[in-house]
Design a protein around this ligand. Structure first.
Ligand code: NAD
Length: 290
C-alpha cells in the first residue's frame, strides 16, 4: 500500500528517506522540486500536488513549517482533502491544538481522519529514527499508521481528543526553549566572570544542571560557534507563542513561560527567523558585553 509524504524539509526529508529505506512505497510532494528529485533518486515516486499524493495513498504524512502551510496542504484548493484515495492525514508538524482541531473538523466533513502527530528530537532524531512521536486521533487509525510511525521513532498514543498531541508537544518544546536560553544565561554569567565555557559545560553535564541544551546544543553547535543545529529560530518562536496561547486559552498565566517567551522574541528580533535557534546565546552575550 502506498504511503504519501508532503514536506521534505530538514525533518521531512530524513523521515521520508527512512520510510523508503524500510521498504514503504512512498509518493512524495514538496514545493521545492530539488527535495522531491533527491527522494525519487532513493526510490520514492513524485506527485505534482498534495491532492495527487492523496489520490494515490490512503495514509498521507506531512511535515510543514507553518500553521498556514498545514491548513493549505490539508484543506486548501489542491489539498489532500480533494484526494480520491486518502483515508487519514498524519500531520507531523507543530501547529498547536487550535489549528489541529480546525484541520480535524474540515477533514471530518469529507470523512478523512486526522492523526495529529507532532515529533520531537530534531534533525538528528529524524535521521536516526529516534524521534518521540506523539499521536492523537481515533485509536483504530492510529493502529493502521503505527508501523510507518515506528520507522521514524518511539510512538506514544496521547489520546483520542483532537489536538491533544499538540498540547503534549508544546509542553515538551517549552522545556526545550527554556533549556537553550537558561543554559545560555548560566554560561554567559560564568564567561563574564572569567570561566571557560567548555569546562562549564563539562561540569554541568556531570552535575545537576544537565539538560538537552548542555548535552546536545552546546557541544555540537554553540561551543564550536557553528550555529547549525538544524532548527530555525522562527520555528522555535512559533512553538513558544503557540504554548503561551494554549496557556491563555486554559486561563493560565505562568511566570517562567512568559519570561522565556519575551526572551525568544528578542532572539527573533535580533537574529531573524532563519537563524539557527542555537544563536539565542548571541543577544544574551551582547547584553552581557562578553
Ligand atoms: P523546513 O522549513 O526545513 O521544511 C518544511 C518543508 O515544507 C520545506 O521543504 C518546504 O519547501 C515545504 N513546504 C512548505 N510549504 C509547503 C506547501 N504548501 N506544500 C508543500 N511543501 C511545502 O522545516 P522543518 O525544520 O523540517 O520543520 C517542519 C515541522 O517540524 C515544523 O512544524 C517544525 O516546528 C517541526 N519540528 C522541527 C524540528 C527541527 O529540529 N527542525 C524538530 C521537531 C519538530
Amino acid at each position: 500500500m502506498d504511503l504519501g509524504f508532503i514536506g521534505l524539509g530538514k525533518m521531512g526529508f530524513p523521515m521520508a528517506r527512512r520510510l523508503v529505506e524500510a521498504g514503504h512505497a512512498l509518493v512524495v510532494f514538496d514545493q521545492r522540486k530539488e527535495a522531491v528529485d533527491k527522494l525519487v533518486a532513493l526510490g520514492a515516486k513524485a506527485a505534482a500536488s498534495p491532492k495527487e499524493v492523496a489520490d494515490r495513498a490512503e495514509t498521507v504524512l506531512a511535515s510543514l513549517p507553518s500553521l498556514q502551510a498545514s491548513l493549505e496542504v490539508a484543506t486548501g484548493t489542491g489539498g489532500v482533502i480533494e484526494g480520491k484515495m486518502i483515508k487519514r492525514f498524519v500531520d507531523l508538524s507543530t501547529v498547536g491544538s487550535h489549528m489541529a482541531v480546525r484541520i480535524h473538523d474540515l477533514l471530518a466533513k469529507r470523512n478523512i481522519v486526522q492523526l495529529d502527530s507532532p515529533v520531537s528530537g530534531g534533525v538528528g532524531g529524524a535521521e536516526k529514527g529516534t524521534l518521540a512521536v506523539m499521536v492523537s486521533g481515533p485509536k483504530a487509525d492510529f493502529e493502521v499508521a503505527k508501523p510507518a510511525l515506528d520507522v521514524i521513532g518511539k510512538v506514544f498514543f496521547i489520546g483520542e481528543k483532537p489536538g491533544s498531541a499538540q498540547t503534549m508537544k508544546l509542553a515538551n518544546n517549552l522545556l526545550s526553549a527554556t533549556a537553550v536560553v537558561a543554559t545560555s544565561e548560566a554560561v554567559v554569567m560564568g564567561v563574564k566572570s572569567g570561566l571557560d565555557p567548555n569546562v562549564m559545560i563539562d561540569v554541568i553535564n556531570a552535575g545537576s544542571g544537565l539538560n538537552t541544551a548542555s548535552r546536545d546544543k552546546f557541544p555540537r553547535s554553540i561551543l564550536p560557534r557553528t550555529f547549525d543545529f538544524g532548527f530555525a529560530t522562527g520555528l522555535m518562536v512559533k512553538d513558544v507563542r503557540l504554548c503561551l496561547e494554549e496557556m491563555k486559552a486554559l486561563g493560565l498565566s505562568m511566570e517562567v513561560a512568559e519570561a522565556v517567551g519575551r526572551l525568544w522574541e528578542v532572539v527573533m528580533r535580533d537574529m531573524g527567523p532563519e537563524s539557527d535557534f542555537t544563536s539565542a546565546i548571541k543577544p544574551i552575550e551582547q547584553a552581557a558585553g562578553v
